[in-house]
Design a protein around this ligand. Structure first.
Ligand code: ATP
Ligand code: MG
Length: 579
């Protein structure tokens, strides 16, 4: 994208759709055709689609041609098992080539893909399989034995369990009522013709992160691939020769939309790292694989900040040309660190499981305002809506929602109609309908907009603090605390208070070389007060070296709050450490 205003003026979703193939003979549009078959049938057949890095060293390249064939085998196997389009296929696998083949094969077959995060404990897995009526589960013998075998009786709809047996010791018997996926793929045919796929056919079922409550199942359709394609170009700047690394696990929407679909549709090479976060390993991956475009998350970036600039400087990162971040507010401090340490700005962007693709972003062709999420994508209308004292969106006499003035905080909302918009919450029509008010989709987040149309995140609707008549976004307070050299991360909540309604309490994680002390506590409160004023700065501050995070990397402020107030913790299925 050379110029934001020009692109926005000329962009239409219909034009974006025309950049894709569609199925032959007008038989609709299918995500897997655009992601792999299209390339396998053309000039990119031998281009590396996946560069898979094994957890303990070793790497394996998979070309577009090979990926097409493997996913064909998987689709044929589903047919042979009597699975029919629309059935739900759950995938619980480490980040390996087998995962990609299962995902794409499922989409080719027109079954519905539901990716699960492999670190989930047994109960969250059971809960999601049950909610999503899982018919097929693809996993490994180790994960099955550890997490599912004892639950199997409680999952009567689960007809087939397919195990990726590659890592099994030879001769070891597979658990009862499971099938050896690799053996079956070997005898399945390598050719598969994708059946007619209506753009509105359900393709993906994604559970949200559960940051604010019980995870919701968001339904997405095959047409979403138009968004995955267009946003990969405008927000991630993907070009055919890029080596792209999305660090999110496909168990979360980012890892599927941008770890699998978008880069494949663009025909680029994706790095797929089976390993977990480790600062030195990550810099090594960026250097050794010559990554050019990197999509990651604030929590990981904050950990890299903590690891120190020397570690970054020890690696040759000159190939890296574009860095983007999503999932949580990106503290301005981290944007500045990117400039100083990587020599590159970090481009924040905003979206949700429900939106299926990036909605607001900072682009390479646009100046970054540190702390801002950027401007709406071409094809996306975003606004800020006025909310009343009961947090309800205010409607005008014509029934349309009232938009907030520039600089005022309110509900971040999007005009419905982009291709990757969710088509429903699983089995919760009422909740889905409640998201659409006065002509807009309500995101549940609070934001404000500046004169130039940049959006600034204030907080999640549920996290925002109301104190003595002020509306305080935790992000602003957290970012300010992080400007202090001792602080690497902060989580801020509102605590009920008889006088002010709520007072601000901060939980901070200290960097190496700093110890909790009363002096430091007072210093940090004073530091925040000087910058934010007494009304907004935390009244209370506690040290916490282990802030609760979701497995997708978000601070769970609702848990900080529940723990502080001695309330029930609610759904903790996505909390880190619940394995
Ligand atoms: P749940 O809906 O179950 O509580 P969740 O909202 O965290 O979980 P996701 O859909 O994974 O689940 O996350 C989307 C949310 O993440 C957004 O609504 C927003 O609150 C936050 N988010 C994403 N990107 C950004 C960003 N760039 N800046 C600030 N917040 C962001
Ligand atoms: Mg949400």
């Amino acid at each position: 994208m050379a110029d934001y205003a020009t692109e926005r003026a000329s962009f239409t979703w219909a034009l974006a759709r025309r950049q894709l193939d569609g199925l032959p003979d007008g038989r609709g549009i299918n995500i897997a055709h655009e992601a792999v078959d299209r390339h396998a049938a053309g000039a990119r057949r031998d281009h590396v689609a996946l560069r898979c890095l094994e957890r303990h060293g070793g790497r394996r390249d998979v070309t577009y041609g090979e990926l097409a064939e493997r996913s064909n085998r998987f689709a044929n196997l589903l047919d042979a098992l009597g699975v029919v389009p629309g059935d739900r296929v759950f995938v619980l696998l480490p980040r390996t080539a087998e995962l990609f083949a299962a995902v794409l094969g499922t989409l080719k077959h027109r079954s519905v893909l539901c990716p699960l995060f492999p670190a989930f404990g047994p109960e969250p897995i059971r809960q999601r399989l049950e909610l999503g009526s899982g018919r097929v589960l693809v996993t490994t013998p180790a994960l099955y034995r550890r997490k599912i075998a004892t639950l199997r009786e409680r999952l009567p709809e689960l007809a087939h369990v397919l195990l990726v047996t590659g890592a099994e010791p030879p001769g070891r018997e597979l658990p009862e009522r499971t099938l050896d996926l690799e053996a079956l793929l070997g005898s399945a045919g390598g050719a598969f013709e994708i059946g007619p796929t209506d753009p509105e056919d359900m393709a993906l079922l994604h559970f949200t992160s559960g940051t604010t409550g019980t995870p919701k199942g968001a339904v997405h359709v095959h047409e979403a691939v138009v968004s995955h394609y267009a946003t990969g170009r405008t927000a991630l700047d993907l070009h055919p020769d890029d080596v792209f690394w999305c660090t999110a696990d496909p168990g979360w929407v980012t890892g599927t939309s941008y770890g699998i679909i978008s880069p494949l549709v663009h025909g680029v090479t994706s790095v797929v790292d089976e390993g977990d976060f480790d600062a030195d390993r990550w810099y090594g991956v960026l250097e050794d694989e010559k990554v050019t475009v990197w999509y990651t998350a604030p929590t990981a970036l904050r950990m890299l900040v903590q690891a120190g600039a020397d570690m970054a400087k020890a690696h040759d990162l000159h190939r890296l040309r574009f860095v983007a971040s999503v999932g949580e507010p990106l503290n301005p401090e981290v944007v500045v660190w990117g400039n100083d340490t990587l020599g590159l700005p970090i481009h924040d962007n905003w979206w949700q499981t429900e939106t299926g693709g990036i909605m607001i972003a900072n682009y390479p062709c646009m100046d970054i305002r540190p702390g801002s999420m950027g401007r709406p994508l071409p094809g996306i209308d975003a606004t800020v809506l006025v909310r009343d004292e009961h947090d309800r969106v205010v409607l005008g006499p014509d029934g349309a929602a009232v938009e907030a003035a520039i600089g005022h905080e309110g509900e971040l909302a999007l005009r419905p109609g982009w291709p990757s918009m969710f088509r429903g919450y699983l089995d919760d029509e009422e909740r889905y309908r409640a998201c659409f008010v006065g002509g807009w989709y309500l995101s549940g987040d609070l934001a404000r907009r500046d004169d130039d149309g940049y959006f600034w995140f204030v907080g999640r609707g549920d996290d925002v603090i109301k104190s003595a008549g002020h509306l305080i976004g935790p992000f602003e307070v957290e970012s300010t605390l992080m400007e202090h050299p001792a602080v690497v991360e902060a989580g801020v909540i509102g605590k009920p208070d008889a006088v002010s309604g709520q007072v601000v309490k901060a939980f901070v994680t200290l960097g190496t070389g700093y110890e909790p002390s009363e002096d430091l506590r007072l210093e940090l409160i004073g530091f925040a007060r000087r910058r934010l004023g007494a009304a907004v700065a935390p009244r209370e501050l506690a040290f916490d070296q282990q802030l609760p995070h979701t497995e997708s990397g978000k601070i769970m402020r609702r848990l900080l709050k529940a723990r502080e107030l001695g309330l029930p913790e609610g759904d903790t299925s996505t909390l880190v450490g619940r394995r």
